[in-house]
Ligand binder design. Structure first.
Ligand code: PEP
Ligand code: MN
Length: 347
């Protein structure tokens, strides 16, 4: 931490700041200029708030120089995290993985058809919510455990992996036998109790960025999961709330290269929630890959006009096929490839 004192700060004020720094465990180096004193605190005390120093009397400005997230920071694993799934699929390597499926699990037939279309298009994960965080308590809330079973059966039939949203701690145990990856929704990114519990499981987690979360907050939330010992974590940019109303959210594409620089964790783009309008999803998916995403989470519904949630942003099956074909052309430009379709792997 660097504390720049106000010019002409009194000796007593300077001493007071030094004492507080020492108390916290900093090794303090003092530089006295003609009018201003700079205090450099070396060391990383486990608990300190830079804001505490910003308001001490005589302080001009205080800056944190070490990152507050130790395990999520790129320096912890400069080579990047690679997550390996039971079928050998890797996220965080050279291949970009596409996850697709409806917003919600609605019925066995809908999921079976979705799985066949998702696999045929070339995606490797089937997405679908069995528990849904809906803005209104009167909206469809999901099929629950029955939905998990339906997802597993359909995914197994078509050689896909399963990702689904976990909304509360009590669902974790219940989901374990049916899923390959937990999804933490945007609304739960700061549900710290849930994050801590997910740190205890040994199954990958994809954590979405909160609706109004800064990148630092995303990384601090990631730290909750990592500090429990679960390192199979990826982050998802899914759009944030801004003043713009032309799209459902504002897809913060810039968060992707920023996160790739700050953290070793794989980063996915979710252009569906990012823009909320079907026809804008493919360009934002392409942009996510161009920006360095390691994967995509995309809503696709066999009949989006009849979807029970997020129909307006769900691709039609043929749009997903067309998108993945384009992604295969784009990926080499950024020295990547799209993971081969299930058929190509099992053939
Ligand atoms: C979803 O993936 O359907 C979902 C609810 O996403 P988010 O948490 O990003 O709103
Ligand atoms: Mn959705």
């Amino acid at each position: 931490m660097i504390v720049a004192m106000q010019s002409h700060a009194t000796d007593e004020q300077i001493q007071n700041v030094i004492e507080r720094m020492v108390e916290l465990g900093f090794n303090v180096h003092r530089t006295t200029g003609e009018t201003q004193t700079i205090l450099a605190g070396v060391g990383t005390p486990s608990h300190f708030e830079v804001t505490e120093f910003q308001v001490l009397s005589g302080v001009h400005q205080a800056y944190r120089i070490s990152s507050p997230y130790k395990l999520a920071g790129r320096g912890f694993r400069p080579e990047g995290t690679r997550i390996t799934f039971p079928n050998g699929l890797v996220i965080g390597g050279d291949e970009i993985v596409v996850m697709a499926g409806p917003c919600s699990v609605e019925s066995r037939d809908q999921i079976r058809l979705s799985a066949s279309q998702v696999a045929a298009a070339g995606a490797r994960f089937l997405r679908g919510g069995a528990y849904k965080p809906r803005s209104s308590p009167y909206s469809f809330q999901g099929m629950g455990v029955e939905g998990l079973k339906i997802m597993r059966d359909a995914a197994d039939e078509y050689g896909l992996l399963v990702i689904t949203e976990v909304m509360e701690i009590s669902q974790i145990e219940q989901m374990l036998p049916y899923i390959d990856c937990f999804q933490v929704g945007a609304r739960n990114m700061q549900n710290f109790n849930l994050l801590r519990e997910l740190g205890q499981v040994r199954k990958p987690v994809a954590m979405k960025r909160g609706l109004a979360a800064t990148i630092e907050e995303v990384l601090l939330s990631a730290e909750y999961i990592l500090s429990g010992g679960n390192y199979d974590l990826m982050l998802v940019e899914r759009g944030i709330r801004t003043f713009e109303t032309a799209t459902r959210n504002t897809m913060d594409i810039s968060a992707i290269p920023v996160l790739k620089k700050l953290t070793h964790l794989p980063v996915l783009g979710d252009p569906s929630h990012g823009v909320g309008i079907r026809d804008f999803v493919p360009p934002m998916a392409l942009a996510s890959v161009a920006a360095g995403a390691d994967g995509l989470l995309i809503e696709m519904h066999p009949n989006p006009d009849k979807a029970m949630s997020d129909g307006a942003q769900s691709l039609r099956p043929e749009q997903l096929t067309e998108l993945i074909a384009k992604l295969r052309k784009l990926a080499p430009v950024v020295d990547r490839s799209i993971s081969p379709a299930v058929d190509a792997v099992t053939a």
